[in-house]
Design a protein around this ligand. Structure first.
Ligand SMILES: [Zn+2]
Length: 468
């Protein structure tokens, strides 16, 4: 298959592996050219190793200079895109002020980004009274996309996400429960191909594919190590997608990925630290510290759904333990609680295997309409979520805990009991400094999350440089 980067995305032609993070990375082709003939024949791995050589020959000094230039240019590239994400639409001159770069450097980088179809000039020139009139710049609305794939318990959701973190096209379909993991992966691949055709998006406008799974995933080789809720163990995820599309593929835990997305594309982009608590078919947390994802030494940071936080629970969990949080506050558990307390759900039929979200949506509607039993069920869920949040407060003392999941449609009924429980079960001093927020990304967080693994790495994170 021809390289997907052989078109206008020539800057990202070389795909390689970041040694430290184990993630596939796009290397700026133009920057590579700037390194000169000394570097051109070396593999990226050899170049990384070469930075650790200590010989001070003229030959090596030239090599260092080339790498620094590459680092600087890539760093500047990220800085301009970050400024545009946070402050755009804006002008070249404002970008100069925001980044502290020279006007010529910003102009050169912007020209490159316009040529690549990532940024565009918008509107008429604005006369500020000083110098030449400036033209506003913003991300091109249909420039490039990352594909986000969420492999959920009941649904597989895919979407095309812009560099600004906006979902432009999406598709959702039920995950067949009676097929092997490899077949499920094949279905997701076919669904992406279908979505690209229906959206009339050529593949050369896709920068990569991010895949979120509700379990423990090794991002180095893109394998699902253990997704207990799906009963998937040691399943190749990234490989089949790479074979099908010849694109970078990043795989991660879905709650972790949603946390990353919230910190970059959520309501408050200036907050470097946050913890996202996802309550859905599974329950998990994603901690972002200083803008970077906490993955954990075994890639499983945030598996709070498998902690026995609520006392007295004897339900056996899919992980094999008893009393896990997930058996109390997952969407299925909340619907079970509603049915046990005789909340009338017109859509419920024990003989029909409808998706849980149908029942949860109805429970939320009934509660918002004022049904006292439904309100009590949702308030109880809020209290249990608050107990989990209290642990997160004491562990991380984060400025924000962001709540994500379908249940947040009932946030007017869930938030108060949740906050009371969180405050009463954590150190008061710490609870006072934590703000609770619903996810600004709504239900699309499950698509934007996996896509953000690609977007953040490709566009915004200078510290994930290959040459360091
Ligand atoms: Zn469990």
């Amino acid at each position: 298959m021809a390289s997907p980067y052989s078109g206008r995305l020539s800057w990202s032609r070389l795909l390689t592996v970041n040694r430290d993070h184990g993630i596939f990375y796009l290397l700026n082709e133009q920057s590579r050219e700037e390194m000169g003939p000394i570097m051109r024949d070396r593999s990226p791995q050899e170049q990384v190793l070469s930075t650790r050589e200590s010989a001070l020959s003229a030959h090596d000094r030239r090599r260092y200079a080339g790498q620094n230039h590459t680092r600087v240019r890539k760093h500047n590239h990220h800085a301009v895109l970050r400024a545009l994400l946070s402050h755009g639409p804006t002008s070249r001159s404002h970008l100069v002020k925001l980044t502290g770069l020279r006007p010529a450097t910003v102009s050169s980088l912007i020209s490159e980004l316009i040529h690549q179809g990532i940024v565009r000039e918008i509107g008429a020139a604005v006369n500020t009274g000083i110098g030449r009139p400036s033209i506003e710049l913003d991300f091109a609305p249909h420039g490039v996309y990352a594909v986000g794939v969420n492999m959920g318990l009941e649904w597989i959701t895919i979407g095309l996400v812009s560099p600004r973190g906006t979902v432009h096209y999406k598709h959702e379909f039920p995950r067949p429960s009676d097929v092997a993991p490899a077949e499920t992966v094949a279905l997701a691949i076919a669904a992406i191909e279908d979505l690209l055709i229906r959206a009339s998006i050529p593949q050369d406008r896709i920068i990569g594919i991010g895949i979120g799974l509700p379990g423990i995933v090794d991002p180095r080789d893109g394998r699902a190590i253990a997704v207990v809720d799906l009963d998937w163990h040691d399943v190749a995820i990234a490989g089949p997608f790479q074979s099908a599309f010849d694109l970078p593929v990043l795989v991660g835990n879905n709650a972790q990925a949603m946390g990353l997305a919230e910190s970059w594309f959520g309501a408050d982009r200036d907050v470097g630290d946050l913890v996202l608590l996802y309550v859905g078919s599974v329950v998990g947390a994603g901690a972002v510290i200083d803008g970077r994802l906490l993955r954990g030494s075994g890639w499983g940071a945030g598996q709070i759904g498998h902690s026995p936080i609520i006392p007295g629970i004897q339900t056996r969990c899919s992980c094999g333990n008893v009393g896990c949080l997930e058996t109390v506050i997952s969407d299925q558990a909340i619907v079970r609680d509603a049915l046990a307390h005789r909340v009338h759900l017109a859509s419920y039929d024990a003989d029909r295997n409808l998706p849980t979200q149908v029942y949860l949506d109805e429970l939320i509607e009934v509660g918002l309409a004022g049904n006292p039993t439904a309100i009590a069920v949702l308030a109880r869920a809020g209290e249990h979520i608050g107990a989990a949040a209290a642990y997160l407060i004491n562990l991380f003392n984060p400025p924000q805990i962001v709540l994500a999941g379908r249940l947040m449609r009932a946030r007017h009924l869930v938030f108060d009991p949740m906050q009371r429980a969180a405050t009463s079960s954590s150190l008061p001093l710490l609870a006072q400094s934590t703000q609770f927020m619903p996810s600004a990304l709504g239900v699309d967080a499950r698509i934007i999350g996996p896509a953000s693994l690609v977007l953040v790495d490709c566009f915004y994170t200078a510290e994930h440089l290959l040459y360091r």
